[in-house]
Design a protein around this ligand. Structure first.
Ligand SMILES: *[C@@H]1O[C@H](CO)[C@@H](O)[C@H](O)[C@H]1NC(C)=O
Ligand SMILES: *[C@@H]1O[C@H](CO)[C@@H](O)[C@H](O)[C@H]1NC(C)=O
Length: 900
């Protein structure tokens, strides 16, 4: 007690906390515990004093037609307001607002009856019944309102009121104002959301009361959350519960009797039996356990902490509830919802107590299943634990609950959870989970402590057999366990900030934190920088594909696998795609032409001079390194009349591709053009069939030798060094490997990647495709999906010019979406126009008038538009092909070589 008295002055006395402040500035839970000890000795007398002196008033407030009608709850308030007894009790004896959630009518009725028969009627603010998953039922409303009208024995202060007992209808003159309000959720919303609905109604109602001066802002409301079927056991519940949540003023030695000490804890009503409490284990399943002797001694058994909530009945101040940082409405079932609420209360508020006098019974004999799905467990860890602890938890969780689960699956669940709209990582906002297992749930702490003794290098439980084996190995190898247990320094920046923990505590926690290395399968490494959120989302929607070649040619009898014709028109021709690379022609652009092209100071010059460069340095380093470079196959579509363009491509960037062919209607080995016939006419309006045959030819002949396939038209300019470096980047490698880990080179599957310039068709973000202009780059998995799965099954005989949207639609069928290819500064890598166009382009005021503005997705203007290491430009014709090349590669006469 003495310690408690000393602690008093340090506690905050403000009676009204600002919303949001709560989670970070909450009083220390230990101090809260000591307060509770005081609270329980508070004389019972007070209650009678307040209750007896309170008159019963019936009032209605003037209507206001302009009350916002956006929310159904708001519309119902006016009605409810007229019906509720108005009564102010002041700061120490607030009224209680009850939320009963359930769907069984008998259970709901039993709970509401118990509230009215076991609670001072004058202190009931409102009883909100949320019927979850039931359409409006008038008979249920009537049954509930009979209770409401005073038809069962009830109390006003200490006075029993039996005036209407047994009557089917309340006598008019003695009827009480209605306190029951029923909300029907026709579509089931689950426990968390239903509670939130009930609370929101109460909050709005209370606001209205305050506006109408019918409730003092000094008066708190106590919230009692009940599960349908729960019944209050004794009339002695409200006093101790009030005192556990609000410490009355005289104890603080304050003159001002309106200042009460408000705690942000909750009371969990006892359902389990004396001294018992609800806890949970490393699988996050509910466990009923004995309270420790120490906890029981602290307050002589009058109150003791509980790590979790049984969910039957929970009392807390309305403000406490409203200030909890999260109410994850996706939590449907009772146990996950209660676990989440318990974490909120312990880590972001003052914790949960059980009281000797707050007991309930439940009609439901068997409690609902109290465990979590693996997704929910992963989400729980992502929300509440820092990375180090989450990994320990993963080990303990999988060992007991789910030995077949791999860390990759776990992380996939975690990242999916993190991307949900309502998700908040609590580790930076509240106390951390380490505090919880040290102070509140040491049993769980011991299990997690044991799980970190697993040696590093334990293979992830790829199957139960392996994990069983490695578990044996652990037991047999004390040295390994000892070594793993050695303390290592904490990685700076890994420890979340805790606004309210004092320095000593912080030291304690940090000092005991040990580095934990996740045992890896093979050599799973993460990229230096994780994928962007959208990037990961795109990658994780697609399924990995076996990249082994599957023969689709079927004897090359039909389109699109008929193959190519040689110069004599005979089928069966296969071009040597490395011919250009092996015999690169010199650039035929010199003298006056070159000088003139170089001297122009237009926007093309500016963009290439000021921003876009070939990354010569990284290219040289990559060439020097012993690492195998990625092989790029460049496929161009063209027709005979455009072959002069092909010559210029060959002299400039084409020769930098590892493989190069031009799909044309005339085979010319010197130009690397190949006559690839296709269904329908040789016409721009039939591009889709042309691309089908071209990609099938490439797949049939060159698939196995190349890592990447870039397709585009004959007015395309590719910055091949930049493209290759991009494709070899950690980001793209990680993306092709599922989005989390870098590949180790042994993979036999790949996530299909479809890279290019993303456009939203007509501005529709659900219809994103890669613009054909700059061409698009596919990895093996993507090309194979297109040729093996897509072409035979989708749009096989469609004739259309817009091959790019058709390719995107085909990919979309397999959940393959254009990958986000902007660089880290938001610069685009693939360009639909010439450099100068992007340099000068500005959005029109009315974006709907400009297709490019409409189709574009978050692009920047001017210099910022292009990534410094862009990979492709479009509409590069005639001399421009030479000119861009000369500017990029420093071929201009009087100019010093351009270095990146
Ligand atoms: C009705 O409510 C609105 C918004 O709260 C307020 O501006 C207005 O003055 C009120 N009107 C009356 C008649 O009370
Ligand atoms: C290729 O197609 C174009 C356009 O249809 C046509 O003009 C040309 O004659 C064709 N060339 C050959 C060799 O068929």
């Amino acid at each position: 007690m003495a310690t408690g008295a000393l602690a008093l002055p340090t506690m905050s006395l403000n009676s009204k906390r600002k919303a949001g402040e709560h989670g970070l500035r909450q009083g220390d839970s230990t101090t809260a515990r000591l307060f509770l000890a005081f609270a329980c000795f508070w004389p019972l007398m007070i209650m009678a004093l307040f209750a007896a002196s309170s008159p019963r008033v019936k009032t209605s407030i003037p209507g206001n037609a302009s009350v916002p009608a956006s929310n159904n709850l708001r519309m119902e308030i006016r009605n409810a307001l007229d019906r509720v007894d108005i009564m102010g009790y002041g700061p120490t004896h607030p009224r209680v607002a009850v939320v009963v959630v359930g769907r069984d009518r008998q259970n709901l009725i039993a709970s509401v009856e118990s509230v009215f028969s076991k609670t001072d009627m004058d202190r009931i603010f409102v009883v909100t019944v949320v019927v979850d998953g039931m359409a409006e039922d008038l008979t249920l409303v009537q049954d509930l309102q009979k209770i409401d009208g005073g038809t069962i024995p009830h109390w006003h202060g200490q006075t029993p009121d039996l005036h209407n007992a047994g009557a089917t209808q309340p006598k008019e003159e003695e009827a009480h104002g209605r306190k029951v309000h029923v909300i029907f959720n026709a579509r089931q919303r689950g426990v968390t959301a239903s509670r939130a609905d009930g609370v929101e109604f109460i909050r709005l109602l209370s606001e209205k009361h305050e506006q109408a001066a019918l409730k003092s802002p000094q008066e708190d409301l106590l919230l009692l959350l009940m599960e349908g079927g729960t019944q209050l056991e004794s009339r002695r519940w409200l006093l101790p519960v009030t005192q556990a949540l609000i410490v009355p003023p005289p104890l603080l030695g304050k003159e001002d009797s309106t200042v009460a000490m408000k705690l942000a804890n909750a009371v969990s009503f006892n359902l389990e039996g004396p001294g018992k409490r609800t806890s949970f284990d490393e699988t996050l399943a509910a466990v009923i356990s004995e309270s420790s002797a120490e906890d029981m001694n602290q307050n002589n058994g009058d109150s003791y902490p509980t790590p979790a909530l049984n969910g039957a009945a929970i009392a807390l101040r309305l403000d406490t509830y409203l200030n909890l940082p999260i109410h994850d409405e996706s939590l449907q079932e009772a146990w996950p919802a209660n676990l989440d609420l318990a974490m909120n209360l312990w880590l972001c508020a003052d914790g949960i107590d059980m009281l000797e006098d707050a007991k309930v019974t439940s009609i439901d004999a068997s409690p609902p299943a109290a465990s979590l799905l693996p997704q929910q467990a992963a989400r729980f860890a992502a929300a509440w634990m820092d990375e180090t602890l989450a990994k320990k938890f993963f080990n303990a969780y999988t060992k007991t609950a789910n030995p077949d689960m791999t860390y990759l699956e776990w992380e996939t669940f975690q990242s999916a959870a993190r991307q949900e709209p309502g998700f908040t990582a609590m580790t930076s906002r509240c106390r951390d989970f380490k505090w919880f297992i040290d102070r509140v749930n040491p049993e769980l702490g011991n299990v997690l402590q044991a799980s970190e003794e697993l040696p590093k290098g334990k293979p992830m439980a790829a199957n139960s057999e392996t994990s069983a084996k490695s578990a044996d190995a652990v037991e047999g190898n004390a040295n390994t366990a000892e070594r793993a247990n050695e303390k290592t320094p904490v990685v700076p920046g890994k420890t979340p900030l805790h606004g309210e923990r004092n320095d000593k505590e912080r030291q304690e926690v940090d000092g005991s934190e040990e580095e934990f290395v996740i045992p890896e399968r093979h050599d799973q490494k993460k990229p230096t920088k994780p994928l962007c959120k959208e990037c990961l989302e795109i990658v994780q929607r697609a399924r990995p594909v076996e990249i082994a070649y599957v023969d689709m040619s079927n004897g090359h009898r039909e389109d699109p696998h008929r193959g190519a014709r040689d110069t004599d028109g005979n089928f069966g021709y296969t071009h040597d795609e490395t011919a250009l690379r092996k015999n690169p022609p010199a650039i035929n652009f010199m003298g006056d032409d070159l000088a003139r092209a170089c001297s122009k100071r237009d926007n093309n010059y500016r963009m290439l001079h000021e921003k876009v460069k070939i990354d010569f340095k990284a290219h040289a380093e990559a060439e020097k390194s012993l690492q195998k470079r990625d092989k790029i196959f460049c496929g161009i579509y063209s027709i005979e009349s455009a072959h002069p363009r092909i010559q210029r491509i060959a002299e400039t960037w084409g020769q930098k591709c590892d493989g190069f062919i031009v799909a044309s209607n005339k085979t010319d080995a010197t130009l690397n053009t190949v006559d690839i016939p296709h269904e329908g006419p040789e016409d721009y309006s039939n591009m889709w069939q042309k691309i089908r045959s071209m990609l099938s030819y490439i797949y049939d002949n060159y698939y196995e030798k190349y890592d990447w396939f870039h397709m585009g038209g004959d007015d395309l300019y590719i910055l091949v060094e930049n493209l290759r470096l991009y494709l070899e980047s950690e980001e793209i490698k990680t993306a092709a490997n599922g989005g989390i880990y870098l590949p180790d080179g042994t993979e036999t599957t790949q996530v299909p990647l479809f890279l290019g310039r993303r456009f939203a068709y007509m501005g529709d973000m659900n219809d994103i495709f890669n613009s054909g202009g700059s061409g698009y780059t596919m990895n093996k998995a993507a090309l194979k999906t297109l040729v093996v799965d897509g072409f035979p099954n989708l749009f096989s005989h469609a004739h259309t010019f817009s091959e790019d949207t058709m390719v995107a639609r085909t990919f979309r069928h397999y959940n393959i979406f254009p990958y986000e290819t902007k660089d880290e500064n938001g610069g685009e890598r693939y360009m639909p126009f010439m450099p100068g166009h992007h340099y000068g382009y500005r959005f029109p005021t009315d974006k709907s008038t400009d297709w490019y503005a409409k189709y574009s997705i978050n692009i920047k203007e001017g210099l910022d538009h292009c990534a410094a290491h862009s990979v492709a430009f479009h509409y590069v014709k005639d001399e421009a092909m030479y000119r861009l090349h000369a500017l990029l590669y420093g071929l201009c006469p009087a100019e010093p070589a351009l270095e990146s």
